[in-house]
Every structure is written in C-alpha cells, then in structure tokens.
Design a protein around this ligand. Structure first.
Ligand code: HEC
Length: 118
C-alpha cells in the first residue's frame, strides 16, 4: 500500500516535472532572436540605414519602432495588403520567423540612431 503510494507520487512528480520542462523551454524557443534579426537586417541597411535611421529620402526611420507595428507592416507588404514596390519585393523573401526577428531587432535600436556598435 505504501509502496503503491510512493510509486504514484514518483509518477506524479515526473508528470509535473515534464510539464515544467515544457513550460520552461516553450517561450525560449518562441522568443524572437535579435541577433538573427540583426544578421537579416544587412539587406535592409541600404535604405533604412545600418542603425535603422533611413539613408534614402523616401524611406522611413524604423529604429525603436513598436514591435507589433513592424511585424504587421512587413506581413502586410508580404501579403499585398500594403503595397510599395521596394518593400513588396523585400518582404516576399521573409519568413514569419525572419519578420519576428527583424521586428525585435529594429524595436530595440534607439529611435535616435547610432544603435549598432554592440
Ligand atoms: C530599396 C530600399 C529598401 C530596402 C532594401 C528595404 N526597405 Fe523598408 N522601406 C523602404 C521604403 C521606401 C519604405 C516606405 C514604403 C511605403 O511608403 O509604404 C519602407 C517601409 C518599411 C517599413 C514600414 C515602416 C512604416 O513606418 O510603416 C518597414 C517596417 C520596413 N520598410 C522594413 C524593412 C526591412 C525589415 C527591410 C529588410 C528586410 C527593408 N525594409 C528593406 C525602402 C526599403
């Protein structure tokens, strides 16, 4: 009887532990990767500048922009809901993951510029 209870407790702990491991690893796997975004952003720098401050007169500054807004803008260019020749071409090659990473990267850059020397 006690053995059975001990076994049940051990099994119960294993289940709780497995659950905790899932909870602990899930958000980490889902979180956007700023470094991957930075690597991707090399192809954006010609227009949006290496620090997210535009170097083309018609391109917007995107450093420090709200993350969700950046994700939506890029998905809208990709889907065609928002159209602009250069951005529609750029966004076509981006996966959801690329978009999340790029948004996280530009979001954490200081809105005033000069934010890439780290
Ligand atoms: C050839 C120049 C060029 C390149 C390269 C480029 N962009 Fe753009 N981007 C623009 C222009 C011009 C606009 C303004 C488009 C419009 O009027 O909708 C823009 C708009 C945006 C916007 C919307 C900003 C806002 O305030 O609504 C985001 C976000 C963006 N670009 C991100 C990126 C990312 C990320 C990359 C790299 C994957 C990239 N761009 C590459 C020229 C460029």
């Amino acid at each position: 009887m006690t053995e059975q209870i001990t076994f049940m407790n051990a099994a119960g702990r294993m289940i709780v532990l497995a659950g905790l491991i899932c909870i602990a690893t899930l958000p980490a796997a889902r979180a956007a990767d700023v470094n991957a975004g930075k690597a991707r952003a090399a192809q954006c720098a010609a227009c949006h500048g290496p620090d997210g401050i535009a170097v083309l007169p018609e391109a917007p500054n995107i450093a420090g922009q709200v993350e969700g807004y950046l994700v939506k803008a890029l998905k809208d260019y990709r889907s065609g809901a928002r159209k602009q020749e250069q951005m529609s071409v750029m966004a076509k090659g981006l996966s959801d993951r690329d978009i999340e990473n790029l948004a996280a990267y530009y979001h954490q850059l200081p809105a005033g510029g000069q934010g890439v020397a780290h």
